[in-house]
Design a protein around this ligand. Structure first.
Ligand code: DON
Length: 318
């Protein structure tokens, strides 16, 4: 009957997911081009050949191929989940008013993005906005704020992630530009907490080691209306998911976000560690990892991989 048919459909789609994921892996495994991030010394030394793909469905199936258990710097992908925390504690309206939600159309570390906007409003997914978002999380102390971040990241991932201390040290030694941006925002009344503390916690969150499988599950939680599809734990209110996804749709790939949306029609986010996530609400999330980046700071191979999978599985929302 219809139950058997539905079952068959499901199996077909599982089979199709595996097929397409493996086809992407074979198609792009020898792709070259791009270069590891060099402005953070730790990232420059990661093996550029590492490559992983993971898919997490809204009903909690996780599919993996390649180096999906290699721990790399989560980097800017952390911005999405720290935003979720700030939104949970402050509300979606406060994020719109106090940080900003429009596209900057500029690189992730742009000073001009702050300067040219009359309200100094940026977006929670660029460095300026992510540091301001961090400063906006209510907490009595730096330790308490870090615990909040660590707890929500653990809930999204379904396991506790650890900071790669070497990466954190490497970023801390080289984050003068970010500190300057934080001071600039502060001068305009667009920073909401202690500057060195917020920049430090932002840097620490960027230094989490995550593997491709973690990212798929974290993104899968956003695909599943805020409930971790693997652990079944409710992480954030479902009403916040479309707001978080909207910021990804406008700014997930910085000045190349338009190109990403043009090809995939999906909310996504990249990090200079080489990871990228994409979310298909209600269905699934895809994560891919490969260290070499394009000019905008997005993994060349992970981008191609996701575009291919989205196309083959007909996941474009638009
Ligand atoms: O603050 C930075 O520059 C890094 N910790 C993160 C930047 C990043 O991942 C931009 N993404 N593509």
């Amino acid at each position: 009957g219809s139950v058997a048919l539905a079952q068959k459909d499901k199996q077909l789609s599982e089979k199709r997911i595996r097929e397409v994921m493996h086809a992407a892996y074979e198609k792009y495994r020898n792709t070259t081009g791009g270069a590891n991030a060099s402005y953070i010394p730790y990232l420059a030394d990661i093996d550029p050949k590492l490559y992983g793909i993971a898919i997490c469905t809204a009903d909690g199936q996780v599919y993996e191929v390649g180096d999906t258990k290699f721990e790399f710097g989560i980097e800017s992908i952390s911005k999405v989940f720290v935003l979720a925390l700030a939104m949970r504690d402050r509300g979606a309206k406060a994020i719109e008013d106090s940080i900003g939600v429009n596209a900057t159309g500029m690189p992730f570390n742009s000073v001009m993005a702050v300067e040219l906007n009359p309200r100094r409003a940026v977006n929670p997914l660029v460095n300026a906005g992510a540091m301001a978002t961090n400063s906006f999380i209510p907490a009595a102390s730096s330790a308490e704020k870090w615990t909040k971040i660590d707890d929500i990241i653990a809930k999204f991932a379904g396991r506790r992630l650890s900071v790669i201390e070497q990466l954190y040290a490497s970023e801390t030694a080289t984050n003068q530009h970010n500190r300057a941006i934080a001071w600039l925002l502060y001068s305009y009344g667009r920073f909401y907490g202690d500057i060195s503390e917020s920049v430090d916690l932002y840097t620490r969150a960027c230094s989490y080691g995550s593997h491709t499988r973690d990212l798929a599950i974290m993104a899968g939680t956003l695909a599943n209306n805020g409930v971790n599809p693997v652990t079944k734990e409710a992480v954030i209110d479902e009403a916040l998911c479309p707001k978080i996804l909207a910021t990804m749709m406008t700014e997930g790939f910085y000045d190349s976000t338009g190109g990403w949306v043009y090809h995939t029609g999906l909310p996504g986010k990249s990090g200079v560690g080489g990871g990228i996530i994409a979310i298909v609400p209600g269905k699934l999330a895809i994560a891919a990892f490969s260290p070499p980046l394009d000019h905008a700071g997005n993994s060349v191979k992970a981008l191609k991989t996701l575009e291919y999978i989205v196309e083959e599985l007909r996941l474009n929302l638009l």
